[in-house]
Design a protein around this ligand. Sequence first.
Ligand code: AHM
Length: 326
Amino acid sequence: MKTLNRFLIESSIQMPLYNIIQYIIQPSKDLSRKINIAGLEDILGEADATNVQGEEQKKLDVYANDAFVASLSNCTHCAAMISEETEEMISTPFPNAEYIVAFDPVDGSSNIDVNVSIGTIFSVYKRKSTDGPVTLDDCLQAGSNQLAAGYIIYGSSTILVMTTGTGVHSFTLEPHIDKFYLSETDIKTPQTGKIYSINEGNYIKFPEGVKKYIKYCQENDKPSNRPYSSRYIGSMVADFHRNLKKGGIFIYPSTEKDPSGKLRVLYECNPMSFLVEQAGGKATNGYDRILDQTPSSLHERTPIFMGSTDMVNKVGEYMQEFSPKK
Ligand code: AHM
């Protein structure tokens, strides 16, 4: 069995990136343990606080955020962190360093209290400016600039799925010895699938193109394997992971109330889009490639359509026809 460390060394990534990945992965092991015994620790439930987006924070959100911030604050290559749970950029004690880490410490918070899979999402960028202390502008980058991205899914086992731009690989945590071991190399997502994942409770508020696509998914058509199955966990990491392996599409569109959707460009959409593209899939905002958009603020959101290429293309056709870009 090959450890994550050995895999990274053999893949000859640059030392700073190797180092940063270590500082990201370390707290996830402790977090995995905590999640496994969550009912016995005081980490379930609300933290009686809200984050920058006005969303209720769970105790685990706060615990995990603190753990990743503490770990990366010791990484001499990391100039700054940006977190879904924190309003401003967090400079580390090394503000002249070259790299920036973005993370969502716990994705799928609403599932924490009911023992359903949740995850941590991360990505790494090189800062834009070349000297002086890191600035906010250094963090506002297109997803195509990511050097690494991944997620740790705390499910029936704890799995790290990661890319450094040369394919997608997964590693399983062996909890007894606290090490991640390589479990799958070069994961490819099927070109098409049978699963669509969307919160259909919001149907009435969806753009016409999405409504029409959902109806398409539900039609009877043997040659194209329809009707598809609807699967929605409400933890993006878990929904993404299933679709990555089995083929499918995940959609979080705009709604009348939230024209930019719910999910954040820097913490959720960019890393997942990098992964899905590396696995041979596709990610758009319904029209354009996610990775080409440069956010203008840290907590900017975007609609997202990602997964098997044929399915993303199909919904794209419906969007063009019934909800043309304004
Ligand atoms: P969170 O960061 O508060 O957990 O929100 C992100 C989650 C995603 O994991 C998931 O896809 C989505 O929110 C579900 O939202 P909804 O309940 O509106 O369908």
